[in-house]
Design a protein around this ligand. Structure first.
Ligand code: DGY
Length: 325
């Protein structure tokens, strides 16, 4: 009998085809995230789950799925999965690192450029039929070239953003909990503690995972350290930034601008005060959204799942301790 798998949203067809060759799968075909009651209803018989960052996969979901052996999250981040609860139940948890690195770095840089050069504001002017003339004082932004770029989290994505910064002749500094001397030399980047990074940077871009230690890593105190001309970019996870403090910092011009691909919560509520500000650009969590990358992520999620279901070590398992005999 083929293993049973549940997929919590439509993913690229090529990945579903591969999954269907060795598993019986069902899929949530709704456009929005699967509601919790539907997850609980769908999982009792499943051996494997392909989940997304919009799905909270916690202890109660695992309790409802006594046969579950693999949770394959189609994302590099896995803060939506309660990994300790999975480990307790000997359920493998997998993610999709690597394949989205450059695509996500491209987008972080797109946000940085859009904020610095006020691209979205300019577009709004044109569409509002308010473009009346070329003007020496209209929509002046900030130069990216030769500015200082501060990267929080020099993992795979952070390192790719550093390369892009170097391509724009920026001075690149970084903060991480682990100092990366190898990358410092290779990429020409300098280590700073968080306070000096915030004080020195013209652009601060976040690339660390969401962990209890990074929750609201950037809040009121941190905004006070930043330059009034600074631009904050977040394409990691919304809760790393305290959004109330961000609102105050932007409104009081404590910092100049923010560009977000992630918010807390997601989607951002329509009455969120951030949406009343002009000095912010917000994208709907699309940093990895290229055709090629989403296809690779889906294939990787399927490959992880199939390996785990076959009793092999999945190529990208985040809790390998469950494999120990
Ligand atoms: C991830 O993979 O964690 C991104 O946020 C979505 O691609």
């Amino acid at each position: 009998m083929k293993p049973k798998v549940y997929v919590t949203r439509l993913i690229p067809a090529v990945a579903l085809k591969k999954l269907g060759e060795s598993c019986d799968y069902r899929i949530w075909e709704g456009e929005l995230a699967i509601p919790r009651d539907a997850v609980l209803r769908e999982v009792p018989e499943v051996d494997g789950l392909i989940s997304l960052l919009t799905d909270k996969i916690d202890g109660p979901v695992m309790d409802a799925a006594p046969r579950l052996r693999v949770i394959s999250n189609m994302a590099v981040g896995f803060d939506n999965v309660d990994v300790p609860e999975a480990t307790k139940r000997k359920i493998m948890v997998c993610n999709t690192p690597g394949v989205l690195t450059e695509t996500t770095a491209d987008f972080a840089f797109a946000l940085l450029l859009a904020a610095a050069r006020r691209v979205v504001e300019g577009e709004r002017v044109v569409r509002a039929r308010k473009w009346k003339t070329w003007g020496p004082m209209i929509l002046l932004g900030q130069d990216v070239h030769h500015a200082t770029l501060g990267i929080i989290g020099l993992g795979r994505i952070g390192a790719e953003v550093a390369k892009r910064g170097k391509g724009f002749d920026m001075k690149v500094v970084y903060y991480d909990t682990i100092r990366r001397s190898d990358l410092e030399e290779q990429l020409g980047v300098e280590f700073r503690d968080l306070k000096s990074l915030l004080a020195d940077s013209d652009f601060v871009t976040i690339h660390c995972p969401l962990l209890p230690q990074t929750h609201h890593l950037i809040g009121e105190e941190q905004f006070k350290l930043m330059k009034n001309t600074a631009i904050l970019v977040n394409s990691a996870r919304g809760p790393i930034v305290d959004s109330k403090a961000l609102y105050n910092a932007l409104r009081n011009r404590q910092i100049a601008y923010a560009a977000l691909d992630v918010t807390e919560p997601e989607p951002i509520p329509l009455d969120d005060p951030l949406l009343t500000l002009d000095n912010i650009v917000i994208a709907p969590h699309i940093a990895s959204a290229s055709v090629a990358t989403r296809t690779k992520m889906a294939m990787m999620a399927v490959d992880n799942l199939l390996a785990g279901l076959k009793g092999e070590r999945p190529p990208h398992i985040v809790n390998p301790e469950v494999l120990a005999k």
